[in-house]
Write a protein that binds this ligand. Structure first.
Ligand code: KG4
Ligand code: ZN
Length: 345
């Protein structure tokens, strides 16, 4: 049995995981930097990179300890080298390369976005492909046709803001704090989702792209029209109604595009990953849509939705195929996959 040590430092979570080639996750340690970035209202790249440097070794130690293994028991290093903040990515990539050289072990590079989808395979404990894959995170909103565990074709993506980014900006306008997604979700629970009608880009068009910047601007103008200053306190129940209506607009768009992707590809499985997939309203709406279509929905538990290193268990598939990374592996900040027009399975 091969044992893997995986590292993740693409944004503001320093993470290490230990898993085996049977996809058993033996440790999944995440040190969040939320506290460091909260006062800036967003992730500060230089602060994030420095914090990774300080936290990486303790996080690796903790993962090995929890998995009850030592570095000598590891058979392969895995690291997510793209996409992300280049300074942050470099921390994990450098550490993985150093360990691979020192321990004379193979190195496997995993794509962070694709790994978010692969988290569904890990959580399900069985094959979930082929499937439509939706990644909704702070930096990405992407729809894939996942042909198998490692071949993902891009069906559509956001043209501007990611869904999580929109949640974060809305939370800042409503003075709810950072990160915005969980704050908006909490606030929305007490609000009326029909109180305001916000725009839903491309909703009735067959294209599988997203755009959330108009929605963000609509919230800004609505707050101003109501006589309040964006970022300042807004009285209740107005604030909850704004949060609920904003969340509903994002959920409607994500659910509709997933339904269209299932229709266009004729696939019957939907895998959803990324931080925004932690949103319970989104999960419930996706479940209803899938039930209506007779499709199967796979959403990982919270610990595998937000950034973590266990989702790098996609490395197991690459390891089996002998897809190893060279020791001059680069950190690649942008993600530009091949775009395809939806085709049936
Ligand atoms: O995947 P992730 O942990 O990091 C990135 O790769 O970006 O996603 C973080 C994003 C943030 O924008 C955060 O606001 C959002 O996920 N998020 C949520 C929820 N929990 C986290 N958005 C909506 N509802 C939530 N419950
Ligand atoms: Zn992520």
């Amino acid at each position: 049995m091969a044992i893997f040590l995986a590292l993740e430092t693409s944004c503001d979570e320093t993470a290490a995981a230990v898993f085996d080639d049977d996809l058993q996750i033996r440790a999944n340690i995440v040190a969040s930097q939320t506290d460091l970035h909260a006062r800036f209202g967003g992730v500060v790249p230089e602060v994030a990179a420095r914090a990774h440097l300080q936290r990486l070794l303790p996080v690796i130690d903790e993962a090995l300890k929890q998995a009850k293994v030592s570095l000598q028991d590891i058979d392969c290093l895995a690291v997510m080298n793209t996409p992300g903040l280049v300074g942050s990515l470099l921390m994990g990539v450098s550490a993985a390369k150093i360990l691979a050289v020192a321990l004379e072990l193979p190195l496997v590079a995993v794509n962070h976005i694709e790994a978010h989808i692969y988290a569904c395979r890990i959580a399900a404990g069985r094959d979930v492909f082929p499937a439509v894959g939706l990644v909704v995170s702070g930096g990405h909103t992407v729809l894939f046709h996942c042909r198998n565990a490692i071949e993902f074709d891009l069906l559509g993506a956001t043209l501007d803001d990611a869904a999580g980014e929109a949640f974060d900006k809305a939370a800042s306008m409503l003075n709810l704090g950072f990160p915005g997604g969980p704050k908006i979700e909490k606030e929305a629970a007490q609000g009326n989702p029909h109180a305001f009608r916000f725009p839903r880009a491309f909703l009735h068009e067959p294209r599988l792209d997203f755009s959330f910047s108009g929605l963000k601007t609509a919230l800004l103008y609505t707050i101003r029209q109501l006589g309040y200053t964006p970022g300042a306190d807004i009285p209740q129940p107005l604030r909850s109604d704004l949060a609920a209506s904003f969340q509903k607009a994002i959920v409607d768009v994500l659910v509709t595009k997933c339904a269209q992707a299932l229709e266009q590809t004729q696939l019957t499985r939907l895998c959803v990953g990324g931080g925004v997939a932690a949103n319970k309203t989104l999960r419930a709406a996706l479940q209803t849509m899938c039930d209506q279509r007779g499709a199967e929905l796979f959403v990982p538990p919270m610990s595998l939705c937000t950034d973590n290193a266990a989702m790098a268990a996609m490395a197991v598939e690459l390891y089996r195929l002998g897809h190893f990374a060279p020791l001059d592996l680069d950190a690649i900040p942008t993600y530009r996959p091949k775009r395809v027009v939806a085709t049936t399975k």
